[in-house]
Design a protein. Structure first.
Length: 210
């Protein structure tokens, strides 16, 4: 399934200098509630239809469709997946606002950890959840946790292009260009000839980042 997060290459590869080190504390309840859990019609238009189905529980036929697709036990928790997606996009939109970015990143981590803990182990959305969890950890500079999340996603789905490029982008952000390139080369072998991979390789070679 394609990732629905609207994340640019620039956002994923934001320089380490732009990410001011902050103490990682739980996001204020009001931040999580107001920005992440309150959805407008515009929000529902931007995100997958299962978000409307789970959050609003309507229309009935859409709710029934996604409950069947995900399975009742998984569908029950999918509002947290949607909250995580929205928090992630808001965090990338507020990269220069360190406090807000960190608060939103904690909402990303909390919601996708919830999905990992509460959905069935064979749920096909888990690789995407783990990839987005890793992105949340990158935003808070918890790089080892991010690496573990990306690798867990790849263990479940070795062909996940998004997980491969997120792992490579993390190394690139840290200035570990050799590691970033190795990940991309392995991604080519495992996931195939994706533009997300080949464009990154070409860009790094053009800049002499090998």
């Amino acid at each position: 399934m394609l990732s629905f997060t609207r994340i640019s290459r620039h956002a994923l590869a934001v320089s380490a200098a732009a990410l001011t080190v902050l103490a990682v504390a739980p996001a204020p309840v009001e931040a999580r509630s107001n920005e992440v859990t309150n959805w407008s019609d515009e929000d529902f238009a931007l995100y997958p239809t299962y978000c409307r189905a789970r959050i609003l529980r309507e229309p009935p036929e859409l709710e029934a469709y996604w409950e069947k697709q995900f399975g009742p036990k998984n569908f029950l928790h999918m509002h947290h997946f949607c909250f995580g997606l929205k928090a992630l996009n808001l965090a990338y939109a507020n990269l220069q606002d360190a406090g807000r970015r960190t608060s939103l990143a904690q909402a990303v981590i909390g919601n996708f950890n919830y999905i990992i803990e509460h959905t069935e182990r064979d749920f096909y959305m888990r690789p995407e959840a783990l990839t987005n969890l890793g992105r949340g950890y990158v935003l808070t500079r918890q790089y080892e946790q991010a690496r573990k999340s990306f690798q867990a996603a790849l263990k479940l789905n070795p062909k996940s292009v998004d997980a491969w490029v997120a792992l490579s982008d993390m190394y690139h952000q840290k200035g570990q260009y050799g590691d970033a390139m190795k990940v991309l080369e392995k991604a080519l072998a495992e996931a195939g000839d994706s533009k997300k991979i080949t464009l990154r390789i070409a860009d790094m070679k053009a800049k002499g980042q090998k």
